[in-house]
Write a protein that binds this ligand. Sequence first.
Ligand SMILES: Nc1nc2c(ncn2[C@@H]2O[C@H](COP(=O)(O)OP(=O)(O)OP(=O)(O)O)[C@@H](O)[C@H]2O)c(=O)[nH]1
Ligand SMILES: [Mg+2]
Length: 623
Amino acid sequence: MPPRCPSSSGIFLPFLYPTLFRSMTRTATSSRIPRAASITTLGPSSGPGSSLDPNPTINDTSTSSSSDALPASRLNPAPDDYAISTFADKATVTVFAGGGGHGCISFQREAFMPDGPANGGDGGHGGNVYVQAVRGETSLHKLARRRILRAGRGKTGLGSNRGGARGEDLIIQVPVGTIVREISRIDPVVEEQVLYHQMRAKMREYDRLVQEAEKQAAASQDEDGFEDGDAVRASIELPEAPENPNLHKFILYPGISTTDRRNITLPRLPVRERLYMQPDAPIYLDLSTPTARPYLLAAGGIGGLGNPHFVSKERPRPLFATKGERAVTMQLELELKLLADVGLVGLPNAGKSTLLRALTRSRARVGNWAFTTLQPNIGTVVLDNYKGHRLPTPKPSRPEPHAIVRDTSFGSVIVAQPEQIGTGPEPRARFTIADIPGLIEGAHLDRGLGIAFLRHVERAGVLAFVVDLSAGDAVAALQALWTEVGLYARMREDEERDREIGSRIDWEGDGGAAESPGARAARTGQTMIVADMPEARYDDSRVGLEIAAKPWYVIATKGDLPDTQDNYARLKAYLDAVTDGREPHPSGVEGAWVHDCAAIPVSAINGHGVDRIVHWTVGLLDD
Ligand SMILES: Nc1nc2c(ncn2[C@@H]2O[C@H](COP(=O)(O)OP(=O)(O)OP(=O)(O)O)[C@@H](O)[C@H]2O)c(=O)[nH]1
Ligand SMILES: [Mg+2]
C-alpha cells in the first residue's frame, strides 16, 4: 500500500511546518555560502551599482540578489522566526442589556398573624452594557468569537420586603481606535409604548361606541315614551371590549381565585424615573482615545414593583405586582483602525516587514515571497537613550549632544537624543509604525488581500511608501500604490455617504431620524461622541483629500542590491518634479500634500539608512 503522505508531496510542508525544515534550510544556505562568497563583499555602501554606493559602477550582474545569500540575522530571519498574535479588526456582536427582575407578591405571615400586610420586595434593575477603549487591548478577535454579550438580569424581589439584586453591568473593552456602529436595535420599551398608544386608541373608540349606544337608547325612550332602551342597547352590536393595555405588565398572585382574577381592577402603572437614559439610535462612537469613563450603549430594564406599592384604603391586600421591564437588544459593528503614527504602504515583498524589524523590536514575519504578512504589525520606535525609559525634559541651558546612536544591545532599536528630535517643550519619546499586508495593482477589485487593510494606515500621521528598487520601475510602483490608496479613500467616502443617507431615512414616519445624530446628542445632552457628518460636501476632484493631504515620503529599499541606482535616480527626479509642481501628485487629487516629497534609500536588511527614516519621520510628525 502506498504511504498516505508520500514524501514527494511535501512540497508545501516547509511553508506549513517551517521548524521541521529549518535545519535543511540552514544547511542549504550554508552550502550556498561558497558560491556567495563573492557576494560577501556586497556591502550596503560598497555594492557596485547599489543606490547606497557613493561611487557606483554598474557592471557586475553575476551577483545574487537573493536575501538567502546574506547570513541569517535578526533582519534576515528564517521564515519561522516570527511572533504572531491572533488578530481581528472587525466584529459584529449582539448585546443584550439585562432585563429588570419582577416585583414580588407576598404577605407577612407569623404566628398569630396569618394575614399580615403586603411585604413583597421590588425586582432588581437589569445590568447596563458599556463600551470602553483601553490601552493594552490590540485586537477584536475575542469579541468576534463571542458574538453575543449579555449584561446580568435583575433578580426577582423576595418576601419580607427584600429587593432583588441588581443585574451585573457588562463593560466591553475594545482597543483604542475602535469605531462602534449600531446596525439595529430592538427596544421593548419603545415597542410597548407604540402598542400602548394603539390599545388606548382602541379603548377610546370603544368608549365612544358605548356612549353612542347609550345616547340612542336614551333617544328611543324619549320618542316612543316606552322604556325599550334595553332592547335598543341589545340590538346595537358593540365590538369586544379591548383589554387593559397594561394587563401584561402585571403579575397576579398564583393562588388567586378565578372570580378574583375576573373581577380584579388593575391600577394605572406608576410613572418610574430612569436612572440611565438609553442613547438615541443610531449609536456611532469613535473611540480614538482611551475612555476613562465607559460609554453607555444599552440601559438595563427597570425592576418591577412589589405588591406593597399598590396598597390603598380600597385595596388593602393587592394580589399583584409589576413585571420587570424588558431591556434593549442591539446589534453592533465594531471596526478597529489601528492608530499608528506612520503607515508603511508597499507592494508585496517590498521589504516592509524587514524595515519594521530594522526600526523597532518587532518580530514581524519576513519571507522571500508575496503576502508573508497577513495581518498588520505595529512597532514602536523608541527615541530616548535610556532604552525605553523616558528622559526627563532637558534643561535648555545645557544642550545634549546631537547624534543618533545605535543601541547594539537591542540590535536595531534606534536611539537618539531627544533634543535633536523633539521640537516642543516635551520631546517626542517614541512613535509607532504600522506594517500592513502588501497591496497589488487591482487590490481595490479584491485582488491579493484587497485594500481593506488600508484602514490601519488611514489615520496615520505620515504615510511611508515602501518601494523595492530591485523590482522594476519604482515610479510606476509608487503610482500604482497611490492609485490603490486613492480608490480606497473613494470607497470609504462612498460608504460614509451611504451611511449618512441611511441615517436620514425617516423609518418611523415621525421625522426623528431626519435629525442628525450630532444635533440629537446636543439636544438630549448625552455623553456620547457622535460623528457629525457635514452636509453636501462631495466635490469629485477632492475625493480622497483626507488621505492625500497627509505628509508622505518614499522609502526606497533593497538599495544594497546591484543595478538599483538608476531606478533610484529616476524615482528621485520624479519626486523632485512632484515637489516643484512640474508633475502632478501621484494620486491626482487636487490640494494633495507636495511640500517635500523625499525618497530615502535604505538597505533594511543591513540596517543601513534607517536612521534617516527616523529623522525624516519625526520631522514630518512634529511639523
Ligand atoms: N537585499 C535585500 N533584501 C531585502 C531587503 N529588505 C528586505 N529584503 C528581503 O526581501 C524579502 C521580502 O521582505 P519582507 O520584509 O517580508 O517584505 P514585505 O514587504 O513585508 O512582504 P509582504 O509581507 O509579503 O508584503 C525578504 O526575503 C527580505 O529578506 C533589503 O534591504 N535588501
Ligand atoms: Mg511583510
